[in-house]
Design a binder for this molecule. Structure first.
Ligand code: TYD
Ligand code: MG
Length: 452
């Protein structure tokens, strides 16, 4: 390339600028921290021609114009629909279903007469068409554009004036202002900035699709989080059909909502009753199985925690929690051994959240402890019990938020008994014939479950 590009490679940690890419920053010695950025005139962004400050009281307000995407669970996570001119980053592991979800939303929008542009950077228009046909979507009026140059995409947005645009994916888009490869931090950030500025100016709602690697730390989409209005992550375990859509940032709604989907032959199907889906294959009367009422955002969901305790042949027995935090698991096992005399130091302990969900609230502790104790003793827990509560280092059981919602969900799913922190018990009960039983210590939990 002969054209001189006015760019520099800038360290993302200390700000040191170098004329070319280096593996290690000469300024702060961080590795792999340099990203290309425009400098001087080439990178000069249009200046916001001298706005004058005004009092907040004088600022004109207009309610954000929201439009249903036609996919109920997506609307719920967006905060009640897609806001006109808002930018949504849809992230997740490759293969989780981001393109499928975006295409289904396009179909639903188009079938209600909304103009939609689908920018396909990864797939050919034929592939997009075949998928839309297979999903049985009414996408015939959706504009599809096979393009990866940010300037060209912006030009087409100007020309076609869609109400919503999907860019699949932002990692494939590049701008000629930078010389680095598509997918690099600099390219992703500059291309996205270009798209965001134009979508804001034309009041076009925009979905930017971004791949996130398993580690979650990927240079790409993460650097965009501050640039966009809403960040949604699509999660799930590739081996399972259930998928959870979570808002981690939302300028137009709460981040407490989650949407649950099931990936099937005909795309993503909304799951209106996640608890029933997560408990569908629960074994009856098996040792090592406990039902937890957890909060997914603001929504109570029942999930099964499974534990298997078995004699170890290793000097350092295995602790393998899937869907639960390793450090927290180790803590709970130590508390069980010390306070409840459950012998675990020479046992392998495997834990799993059935259905592929990840649970990271301490309220899961009581169910984890119950499942491990049940497996260690070889005694099944009563099948009509739901548990939750945080466990402390002395074996005390601490209260958690939203106990009332958890009790209601247990009742709705036909359970008869809730075992919960004693501090949460007051004022609860009577809901749909569920008996609530508060426990203040693990000793009381063991007594309640008849685990001697
Ligand atoms: P996709 O939306 O392409 O994932 P992403 O864009 O996040 O990379 O989904 C890919 C996976 O979904 C693929 O493994 C096949 C599966 N799938 C189904 O099971 N059913 C379907 O109807 C579709 C469209 C995809
Ligand atoms: Mg895709």
């Amino acid at each position: 390339m002969k054209r001189a590009l006015k760019t520099a490679f800038v360290c993302q940690q200390c700000g040191h600028a170098a004329p070319r890419w280096l593996g290690q920053c000469p300024g702060c010695e961080a590795w792999g921290s340099l990203a290309e950025e425009p400098v001087g005139e080439a990178g000069a962004r249009p200046r916001a021609g001298g706005a004058a400050p005004q009092t907040l009281g004088a600022v004109a307000t207009s309610d954000a114009v929201r439009r249903s995407t036609g996919v109920g669970e997506l609307d719920r996570v967006l905060g009640g629909g897609l806001v006109q001119g808002s930018i949504v980053l849809l992230g997740g592991d490759p293969g989780i279903g981001k393109s499928t979800l975006a295409l289904q939303a396009c179909g639903a929008l188009a079938s209600r007469g909304v103009a939609v542009l689908y920018v396909a950077g990864e797939e050919s228009p034929e592939q997009v068409r075949l998928r839309a046909d297979r999903l049985g979507l009414g996408t015939s009026s959706v504009l599809v554009l096979p393009e990866t140059a940010a300037e060209a995409i912006v030009e087409q947005i100007e020309r076609t004036r869609p109400a919503a645009v999907v860019v699949d994916s932002i990692q494939t888009v590049h701008t000629s202002a930078l010389a680095s490869a598509p997918g690099s931090v600099g390219q992703v950030r500059e291309s996205a900035a270009l798209l965001v500025a134009r979508c804001k100016a034309t009041q076009t709602a925009c979905f930017l699709i971004g791949h996130v690697t398993k580690e979650g730390a990927l240079a790409g989409p993460r650097v965009l989080e501050h640039l966009v209005d809403t960040v949604l992550y699509f999660e799930g375990d590739g081996a399972h059909a259930l998928r959870v859509l979570r808002a981690v940032k939302n300028r137009f709604g709460s981040t407490n909502e989650v949407g649950v989907f099931e990936m099937g032959e005909r795309g993503l199907v909304e799951v209106p009753n996640p608890s029933a889906a997560f408990l569908a294959e629960r074994p009856k009367d098996a040792a090592g199985s406990a039902v937890l009422a957890t909060l997914e955002g603001s929504r109570p969901v029942l999930v099964e925690i499974q534990a298997l305790v078995s004699r170890s042949s290793l000097a350092m027995p295995r602790r393998t929690p899937i869907g639960l935090d390793l450090g927290r698991t180790a803590l709970l096992l130590a508390v069980l051994e010390k306070r409840c005399r459950v012998r675990l130091h020479d046992q392998d302990v495997f834990l799993n959240v059935a259905g592929g969900l990840t649970v990271d609230e301490p309220a899961a502790d009581l169910a984890v402890v119950a499942a491990v104790a049940s497996s260690a003793r070889g005694t099944a827990l009563p099948s009509d019990v739901v548990l939750w509560g945080e466990v402390g280092l002395t074996g005390e059981v601490r209260s958690v938020a939203r106990a009332d919602a958890r009790v209601r969900e247990a009742a709705r799913q036909g359970f008869r008994r809730c075992i919960l922190p004693a501090g949460n018990e007051r004022g609860l009960g009577g809901d749909g014939g569920v008996r609530v039983q508060g426990v203040a210590t693990l000793a009381e939990l063991f007594a309640a479950l008849e685990l001697a």
